[in-house]
Write a protein that binds this ligand. Structure first.
Ligand code: ADP
Length: 259
C-alpha cells in the first residue's frame, strides 16, 4: 500500500517537474524573442536619429548659411523623421494586432473592385518609374469575398507598393484572380529585381530585408510583409511567394469566397 502511494507521488512529481520545465523553456524563448525584438527596434530607430542629428548639427555649425546645401540637408532630415514615423506607426499596428485589440470586421465585398481602387491610388507612384499597373483580365467579373475590408486593403497596398519599390523602370505589375474550391487566390506579379531563394523563408520576419540600403532609401520599414502575414493569418488564410532574381516575383494570398 505504502509503496503504491510513494510511486504515485513520485509519478506526480515527475509530471509536475516536466510541466514546469516546458513552461520555463517557453518563458525563456519568449524572453529571448523579446530581447531580440527590442534590439531590432532600437537598431532600426538609431539610424534615422543619427542621420537627423548629423544634418542638424552640420546646419548649426554653418551649413545653414550655405545656400548650396542648406535646403537639401533640411529635406534629408525631414525624410528621416518620416522614416521614424513610419516605423513607429507600423510597430503600433503590430502591437495592437498582437494584443488582440484589432478586431476583424468580416463583411462581404468585391475584391476585384478593391484591387482596382488600390491600383488607381498607386498610379502616381508607379508613374515615377513608368510602371504599368493592370489586371490580367480586363473584363474581370466581380468576386465576392468574406473578409475585413480595411486590413485587406492594407495587404494589397503593401504588395502593390513593394512591386513598385522593387520593380524596374518601364516595368509591369499585374493582378490575377484564380478560383479555388472554397477560396479565391489573388496573385500580384511584377517583373522587377526578384528575390533569391535563400531569402524567401525569412521574408515575412519583422525587419527582414534583402537589400537594406535599397529598402531604406525607398522609405521601407521592413515591417510591411510581417503585417501582411499577420492580417492573413488572422483571416485563417495564407500567403506564398515565387520569385526569380532579375525576372520578378509573384505574391499570392487566399481569401474566403462567398458562394
Ligand atoms: P520593406 O519595408 O523593406 O519593403 P517588407 O516587409 O515589405 O519591407 O519587405 C521585406 C523585404 O522583401 C524588402 O526589403 C525586399 O527586400 C523584399 N521584397 C518585398 N517585396 C518584393 C518584391 N516585389 N520584389 C523584390 N523584393 C521584394
Amino acid at each position: 500500500m505504502n509503496t503504491q502511494v510513494i510511486e504515485k507521488v513520485e509519478q506526480e512529481v515527475i509530471e509536475w517537474a516536466q510541466t514546469w520545465e516546458n513552461e520555463i523553456s517557453s518563458l525563456k524563448n519568449m524572453e529571448e524573442y523579446r530581447r531580440e525584438f527590442i534590439g531590432n527596434v532600437s537598431h532600426e530607430l538609431k539610424t534615422p536619429i543619427f542621420n537627423i542629428q548629423g544634418y542638424l548639427h552640420t546646419l548649426l555649425d554653418g551649413a545653414l548659411e550655405d545656400e548650396s546645401i542648406n535646403r537639401r540637408y533640411i529635406h534629408n532630415a525631414a525624410k528621416n523623421t518620416e522614416r521614424m514615423a513610419n516605423i513607429v506607426a507600423d510597430l503600433g499596428y503590430i502591437s495592437k494586432f498582437e494584443a488582440g485589440k484589432l478586431q476583424l470586421e468580416l463583411v462581404k465585398f468585391d475584391i476585384v473592385q478593391l484591387v482596382k481602387d488600390v491600383l488607381e491610388d498607386s498610379e502616381l507612384k508607379a508613374d515615377e518609374k513608368k510602371i504599368n499597373l493592370s489586371l490580367i483580365d480586363n473584363n474581370q467579373k466581380p468576386i465576392l469575398v468574406f473578409a475585413d475590408v480595411e486590413s485587406i486593403r492594407r495587404v494589397i497596398v503593401n504588395l502593390i507598393s513593394n512591386s513598385i519599390k522593387y520593380g524596374k523602370y518601364n516595368g509591369l505589375t499585374y493582378v490575377g484572380f484564380y478560383d479555388l474550391e472554397d477560396n479565391i487566390l489573388i496573385e500580384i506579379t511584377d517583373n522587377g529585381k526578384g528575390i533569391s531563394q535563400e531569402h524567401i523563408p525569412r521574408l515575412f520576419e519583422r525587419f527582414y530585408r534583402v537589400d537594406k540600403g535599397r529598402s531604406r532609401t525607398q522609405g521601407g520599414t521592413g515591417l510591411g510583409l510581417a503585417i501582411v502575414k499577420h492580417i492573413l493569418e488572422a483571416h485563417q488564410q495564407s500567403i506564398n511567394v515565387r520569385s526569380k532574381v532579375s525576372t520578378g516575383s509573384t505574391f499570392g494570398f487566399t481569401l474566403k469566397k462567398v458562394k
